[in-house]
Design a protein around this ligand. Structure first.
Ligand code: PLP
Length: 425
C-alpha cells in the first residue's frame, strides 16, 4: 500500500500541531510508523487520503456503533442544521433526549449534557465531592476517565499508596486526593476505605483503556456494597460501555446500580457530546439548584444532540442490533483465536459484547499488570500486517476494538484471511 500522501500530510501537520495530532494515540507512537490520514468513511470502511480503504475496527473509538455515515444520523444532523447550530438557550431537544435516556436506562433520574467524556467524568467527581463533602476518590490502575487532573494518576508501586501524577503539570497536591487500586481486587479497595474518607469510587465497569478487561464476578457488586457502607458515591464511567453493551450499558448487563453514570461517544452519534446523570438527590446539588458549579457554552448543542437522539432511537427500537454486533464479535474472536493457535503464537483474548482485545501473552488478563504482559513487538507486527492488508485496528495494545453493525460476513472473511497471512517473525 502506498502511504505517500499521508506521510506528506503528517510532516506538514507536525509543523503546526504538536506531534501533528489533536489527540496523542492518533500519532501511532506505540506501534511506530506514519499515521494514516483519513478523508472519508462509509459503513464498515475508512478511506484514506492515499486512496486506500480499510475495514474499521476502531469506529472513532466507539461512537460509530451503527457504522460510518449512517443515513438516519446524517439526516438528523442535516435537518437540525437548517434551524441553526447553537443558541445558548434551552431547547426542546435537550428534554427529549434526557427523557428518552431516563425512561430506558437504570438509575438515571436526571442527566446533564456536556461536550466530552472528560467533562462528564470531571463534573461527576466534583458533584460527588460536593454531595459527600469529602475530597478523596478511588480509581483503578489502567482505567482512563479523560484528561482532567484528578484522573492522570498512576498507582506507582501499587495500591494503598497515594497516587503520583502521570503527566507533567498535574500537581502532587491534586494527586494526593486520588487513590489507586488494582482492577478486580476488592481487598485493596476495602483497605483504602478503612484508612480514608472516600467521596467516590470511579470505574470503567468493563475496561476499554488497558485493552478490553471484564470485571470478575462479584467485583462490581462488591464496590456497590463498600460504597453503601461508607456513604461514598459509586460512579460508573460508561463513556465506552454506555449504549454499547446494552442500551442501559454495564449497569443493565451486570445488574449493578451506580449512583452516577458518565457517558460520551455513542451518546453523541459521532458529534462531540458527553453526559452525566444519576440519582435525583445527587444531581440536584448541581448549579443552579445546588452549590456545585458546572457549565458549558456549547453544552447540549443542538447539532450534537440531534445526532445523539437519532442513534439512541435506532438502538432503542431495534434491540437486534446488540445481538448482531455481539455475534459478529464472537465470530471474530473465535476465528482469530483459531488462526493464532494454529500458528503457535501465544495470546489471550478478552471480549464483552462488541468490545474485544487480543493480548500477546498466555496469561489471563484481569488488570493493568497482566495487560502489560502482552508482547508489544508482536502486537506492532500484527497491527502493521493488518494495516498493510486493509484492516484498521487500534494503534495500541491498550485499546479495545469496537465492532460496528456495518461489519458483515464479507468484512469478517477478509479480516480472517488477512490475519491468516500474519507471521510474527
Ligand atoms: N472515559 C472513558 C472510559 C474513555 O474511554 C474516555 C475516552 O476515551 C473518556 C472517559 C474521555 O472521553 P473524551 O475523550 O470524550 O474526553
Amino acid at each position: 500500500m502506498n502511504y505517500n500522501k499521508s506521510i506528506r500530510l503528517f510532516a506538514e501537520a507536525q509543523k503546526y500541531i504538536p506531534g501533528g495530532v489533536n489527540s496523542p494515540v492518533r500519532a501511532f507512537k506505540s506501534v511506530g510508523g506514519n499515521p494514516i490520514f483519513i478523508k472519508s468513511a462509509n459503513g464498515a470502511y475508512l478511506f484514506s487520503e492515499d486512496g486506500n480503504s480499510y475495514i474499521d475496527y476502531i469506529n472513532s473509538w466507539g461512537p460509530m456503533i451503527l457504522g460510518h455515515n449512517n443515513q438516519k444520523v446524517k439526516q438528523a444532523i442535516i435537518n437540525q442544521l437548517e434551524n441553526g447550530t447553537s443558541f445558548g438557550t434551552p431547547t426542546e431537544l435537550e428534554t427529549e433526549i434526557a427523557k428518552l435516556i431516563i425512561e430506558n436506562v437504570p438509575n438515571i433520574d436526571k442527566i446533564r449534557f456536556v461536550s466530552s467524556g472528560t467533562e462528564a467524568c470531571m463534573s461527576a467527581i466534583r458533584l460527588a465531592r460536593g454531595y459527600t463533602q469529602k475530597d478523596k476518590i478511588i480509581k483503578f490502575e489502567g482505567c482512563y476517565h479523560g484528561h482532567a487532573d484528578s484522573f492522570l494518576i498512576k498507582a506507582g508501586s501499587g495500591a494503598l499508596t497515594f497516587g503520583s501524577p502521570d503527566s507533567l503539570g498535574v500537581t502532587q497536591d491534586n494527586a494526593k486526593n486520588t487513590l489507586v487500586a488494582t482492577y478486580n481486587n476488592l481487598d485493596e479497595v476495602k483497605e483504602l476505605f478503612k484508612h480514608n474518607p472516600i467521596a467516590a469510587v470511579i470505574i470503567e465497569p468493563v475496561v476499554g483503556n488497558m485493552g478490553c478487561v471484564p470485571p470478575k464476578e462479584g467485583f462490581l457488586q462488591g464496590l456497590r456494597d463498600l460504597c453503601d457502607k461508607n456513604q461514598a458515591v459509586l460512579i460508573f464511567d460508561e463513556v465506552m460501555t454506555g449504549f454499547r453493551l446494552a442500551f442501559g450499558g454495564a449497569q443493565e448487563l451486570y445488574g449493578v446500580n451506580a449512583d452516577l453514570v458518565t457517558y460520551g461517544k455513542i451518546i453523541g452519534g459521532g458529534m462531540p457530546v458527553g453526559a452525566f446523570g444519576g440519582k435525583e438527590e445527587i444531581m440536584n446539588c448541581l448549579s443552579p439548584l445546588g452549590g456545585v458549579y458546572q457549565a458549558g457554552t456549547l453544552s447540549g448543542n443542538p447539532i450534537s444532540l440531534s445526532a445523539g437522539l437519532a442513534i439512541l432511537k435506532e438502538l432503542l427500537h431495534n434491540k437486534n442490533i446488540y445481538k448482531t454486533i455481539n455475534e459478529t464479535t464472537r465470530y471474530l474472536d473465535t476465528e482469530i483465536s483459531n488462526i493464532l493457535t494454529k500458528k503457535g503464537i501465544p495470546f489471550t483474548t478478552n471480549r464483552v459484547g462488541s468490545m474485544f482485545s487480543i493480548f500477546f501473552t498466555k496469561t489471563e488478563v484481569t488488570n493493568f499488570k497482566t495487560a502489560s504482559l502482552g508482547n508489544n513487538n508482536v502486537f506492532k507486527k500484527f497491527f502493521h500486517h493488518m494495516l498493510q492488508s486493509g484492516v484498521y485496528l487500534p494503534p495500541s495494545s491498550y485499546e479495545s476494538w469496537f465492532i460496528s453493525l456495518a461489519i458483515k460476513d464479507i468484512e469478517l472473511e477478509k479480516t480472517y484471511l488477512k490475519a491468516f497471512g500474519f507471521n510474527k517473525y
